[in-house]
Design a binder for this molecule. Structure first.
Ligand SMILES: [Zn+2]
Length: 104
């Protein structure tokens, strides 16, 4: 559960999907107190790095297996991997993201 650092109310998990590392899109607004919140950068890139690393490794492995065996099951696994990775990194974000309020 991700908590707003200002009002201590939970932030809906889907809102975390809008947290990116892009310059102008790295904040979300608390639905309770309207505070502008930013994810802890280090945790964010850590999750991105782990997700990207594991995803890239697994995808590469499946491509090699598929070329080797020509079994459709590997191709299906490869396609299934992406929504799974998406979900896994989202769950990791929910679990590990720490929000901080932006002060103006
Ligand atoms: Zn709040």
């Amino acid at each position: 559960m991700v908590i707003c650092p200002k009002c201590r109310k939970p932030i809906p998990a889907w809102k975390l999907l809008f947290l990116t590392n892009f310059k102008n899109f790295n904040t979300i607004t608390c639905p309770t107190c309207s505070a502008k919140l930013r994810a802890n950068k280090r945790i964010n890139s850590l999750i991105g790095g782990i997700g990207g690393g594991i995803g890239g490794g697994l995808a590469g492995l499946l491509v090699i297996l598929w070329f080797d065996a020509k079994e459709v099951v590997y191709l299906v696994l490869l396609i299934a991997l992406f929504p799974f990775l998406f979900l896994a990194s989202w769950l990791a974000m929910i679990k590990f993201t720490k929000l901080e309020a932006l002060e103006y």
